[in-house]
Design a protein around this ligand. Structure first.
Ligand code: 26W
Length: 830
């Protein structure tokens, strides 16, 4: 293994033979692929088998497979599809592509054999691929699952995003404190991508707008940007299941119009001559690492407009080349906005139609509002994007004019329908005037879209009754629900080949094509033989994960203990702190009664905090400090172990999820829009301990209330309790167990070198507790003890686990994509 190996990579022992559609592998196919790999190694990389590093073998293998994908691609592009989906997303959290590509092409075993003949281990080659971490969390990973599902369903689609030089930062833990380092996934190039210099567009910023009169009463406006940046397309092919269809992920790289300002250079200002280039290229330099609060920085607005404008120019050009008339755009293109990050598409599409193509306002608005769709992914107030009008006027003056005009017409319409009082108008206006003037991007996307969707049943209901209540009243058909899903190819077949093999044995190989067949596993849920093989599968994944944990944290964990897993971004609403406090309470309980037969538990945490999120970083530190004390205490040895795995990533998720017994989905009800990690864990047979939040509710409905541990207030209960004064104080007073745990943390027991370290956390809980942790604590404790009891009845536990796998079939992103295709995009599947 070389020094360059990605430290976040899942090690070889957690990956092994996976199930592929290859029933048999032919010697010819192996020899052909082997030769292709050696040729790539020589002629594309300039290495011989003797001096190639793992990274070189990876690149050569990827290039050889890419050729196969290109062949399939040519087939996909033979005819012009009637309608295409354009999925605009500032984030695509892809992870590694090699195993996806091999699996979908049916070439896993062929590749393994070809490499073996060259003396190379496929597992090592896979581990040499860096994760493409072009996203923060749920929203970005969802976009990646959707791209894979659209390709697998042969829905013609192009994903549009940014080719960030640096994706999500690398997290290390220094004495429990999160440290961030830049991530460099492109350091050795990207064998999957094709640069397309011919697909380059100019994107303008700043400047001013002039008017000209075209005819009597018709005025046209012209934008004269002060600065333009080039967007250069980089295409990554996305191959679907069985290689039947290939779509494209088109990522834009920002380049300066001129590499140097020659006038300044010649004038002697050698550094200043490069400033314009640095400013332009900064746009695709780095992914913003926050997925919970809108920061409102100018560079972020530039990123959003940059990729939206380039994407719209590209799809308009394609449409004109294929159809010759923009009036039919809505018939042949469905543009989906992944949250509000591309919401500037509303005025940008209007601008292109009005200015570049000479349409009138009514026609342009009709086309725009029949082409766009908008998906909302969060209702948290701090995450809803608004941009100061002053900033918009400076960076995008023409768009601001169009927004004003859209708003004016929209508010006029309200007046006509007798909804013109000041409060009503203020709530539906595109401009929020409550604290300076700001453009509400959610409202803008709402007005510009034909359909607006939430990502779980509860979330969609809350959209209708809270943030979009008044807009919803204007058009009650507009908001629809599309519950999230996950691609089973990655999260079951690739991540858990052993479970997949068991499923194939039980219900037949057709399960690879038709996830609904998984439900057939219910028939063997009580079969002792099947149960013991299912348990053996879990045991082997846990042993592999235990090695990873020890390798990365130095903590030894026992694979026979219950693995209790909470993996996701660190955020107060997700309540990792609730889990940590329950850990402290359990620690106290075990110490108080060491003779009891406590259920052995390993608590595993993973997740990144936004670099500027001080409270979240302190929660990580607390988890690590608690781990240090608990793991060193002989009184609890063998009963309770705590580990925080650094640098959580897609690859690490693939190693953790199949090894989890218990899935923590404990957000404050009403705050997690959906969750998708909850689906991955339940599909792999972890039982969920969770609140009635997001998709947990639908998971309960599918797996059955007896196969999930639900606790806490529901969303209505949360709303009601928040209105009560001093609810936290009351809850702590009513719970001696909670009080004792908080007192212990406050005493400095976990931070003897700095006793006051965690006082801010405890103080906040006592006096504020926005996320109702204190209120839900006792019921969470009760549910955890129910988990302990259930674990002690293995027959019942494994039955419940198998039923979870069986009944999660509905949560495939293939199902989500079919629903979008039918009800939002009106595009044919297949
Ligand atoms: C502007 C800052 C910012 C950036 C990203 C605010 C909010 C976001 C995202 C919308 C946050 C996000 O990833 N939301 C998650 O989306 C998932 C996919 O739908 C859901 O499963 C999660 O519940 C939701 O938190």
């Amino acid at each position: 293994m070389t020094a360059q190996r990605d430290a976040s990579a899942a090690p070889a022992q957690v990956r092994q033979g996976r199930v592929s559609p290859e029933r048999t592998i032919s010697g010819n196919a192996v020899a052909e692929l082997r030769e292709a790999i050696v040729a790539k190694l020589a002629y594309a990389i300039g290495r011989t088998p003797a001096n190639a590093r793992e990274r070189d073998w990876f690149a050569a293998t990827a290039l050889a497979l890419r050729d196969r994908i290109v062949d399939a691609c040519m087939d996909s592009e033979r005819s012009i599809p009637n309608k295409r989906v354009y999925y605009l997303s500032l984030e695509f959290l892809i992870g590694r592509l090699l195993s996806d590509a091999m699996n979908n092409l049916g070439l896993v075993e062929t590749t393994r054999a070809a490499l073996r003949e060259l003396g190379v281990d496929l597992g090592d080659v896979e581990a040499a691929e860096p994760d493409a971490a072009l996203g923060n969390g749920g929203l970005g990973r969802l976009a990646a699952c959707f791209m894979e599902s659209m390709a697998s369903l042969s829905i013609p689609a192009i994903g549009y995003g940014i080719r960030y030089d640096h994706g999500l930062f690398r997290q290390s833990l220094e004495d429990g404190w999160q440290k961030e380092a830049p991530e460099t996934w492109l350091a050795e190039g990207n064998p999957w991508e094709f640069v397309r210099p011919e697909a380059t567009y100019s994107v303008g910023f700043g400047g001013h707008v002039t008017m000209s009169s075209v005819s009597e009463g018709v005025i046209r406006r012209h934008w004269h940007p002060a600065e333009t940046v080039r967007a250069v397309a980089h295409d990554v092919p996305v191959v679907g299941w069985r290689g039947r269809h290939v779509n494209t992920l088109r990522l834009w790289k920002a380049e300066a119009e001129a590499p140097v300002d020659l006038a300044r250079f010649n004038g002697g200002d050698h550094v200043g001559a490069l400033a314009g280039r640095a400013r332009a290229e900064a746009i695709s330099r780095v992914l913003y690492p926050s997925d919970s609060s809108a920061e409102g920085q100018e560079l972020r607005l530039r990123q959003e407009y940059f990729f939206t404008s380039a994407s719209l120019q590209d799809l308009v050009r394609r449409h004109m080349a294929e159809r010759g008339d923009l009036r039919s755009l809505a018939d042949h293109a469905a543009i989906q906005l992944n949250d509000t990050h591309p919401a500037i598409a509303v005025p940008e599409l209007m601008r292109l139609l009005l200015e570049d193509h000479g349409l009138n306002w009514e026609d342009a608005w009709h086309i725009t509002t029949n082409t766009l769709g908008y998906t909302n992914h969060t209702l948290l107030p701090e995450a809803l994007e608004t941009w100061p009008v002053e900033l918009m006027e400076r960076v995008l003056p023409r768009h601001m004019q169009i927004i004003y005009l859209i708003n004016w017409m929209h508010l006029e319409e309200q007046g006509k329908h007798g909804r013109g009082n000041a409060a009503q108008l203020a709530s539906v206006s595109l401009i929020d005037e409550s604290h300076g003037k700001r453009v509400r991007m959610g409202h803008l996307a709402f007005l510009g879209a034909r359909r607006v969707n939430g990502v779980s049943a509860l979330h969609t209901d809350l959209m209708r009754s809270t943030v979009f209540k008044d807009l919803h009243a204007l058009d009650t058909d507009k908001i629809v629900n599309k519950t999230n899903g996950i691609t089973f190819r990655r999260w079951l077949h690739n991540a858990n080949p052993e479970l997949t093999a068991l499923a194939i044995e039980a219900v037949g190989p057709e399960v690879l094509d038709t996830p609904e067949l998984l439900t057939g596993l219910a028939d063997v849920a009580s079969d002792p033989n099947f149960q013991s093989r299912y348990a053996a599968m879990r045991r082997s994944r846990k042993a592999a994960l235990a090695n990873v944990v020890t390798e990365r944290t130095g903590i030894a964990i026992d694979p026979s203990a219950l693995f209790d897993v909470q993996i996701k971004r660190i955020h107060e609403y997700k309540r990792q702190l609730l889990n940590v406090i329950e850990t402290v309470a359990l620690y106290q309980a075990i110490k108080a009664d060491p003779k009891r037969d406590w259920t052995p538990r390993v608590k595993i945490f993973g997740g990144k905090a936004a670099p500027s999120y001080v409270q979240a970083k302190l929660i990580i530190k607390l988890a690590c400090d608690v781990a240090k004390v608990v793991n060193a205490d002989p009184d609890v040895a063998g009963r309770l172990t705590v580990a925080f795995l650094p640098n959580y990533s897609v690859s690490l998720a693939e190693a953790i999820i199949p090894a989890a017994d218990l899935s923590e989905q404990i957000s404050t009800a009403g705050m997690e829009a959906s969750g998708t990690g909850n689906m991955k864990l339940a599909l792999n047979g972890a039982l969920t301990i969770g609140t009635l939040d997001g998709a947990n509710i639908e998971i309960r409905d599918h797996v059955g209330p007896e196969n999930i541990f639900i606790f806490g207030l529901d969303a209505a209960g949360v709303q009601a309790r928040m209105a009560e004064p001093n609810y936290a104080e009351a809850a702590i007073a009513a719970s001696p167990r909670l009080k004792a745990a908080l007192d212990l943390i406050e005493s400095g027991r976990f931070s003897p070198e700095e006793p006051g370290r965690f006082r801010p956390i405890v103080d906040d809980l006592r006096h504020n507790d926005r996320y109702l942790l204190t209120v839900d604590f006792d019921d969470y404790w009760r549910a955890q003890r129910a988990v302990d009891a259930a674990w002690n009845d293995p027959t019942a536990w494994w039955r419940a686990a198998i039923l979870n796998t069986a009944r999660m079939a509905w949560f495939s992103s293939d199902r989500s994509m079919r629903e979008y295709a039918e009800e939002i995009w009106r595009v044919r599947v297949g």
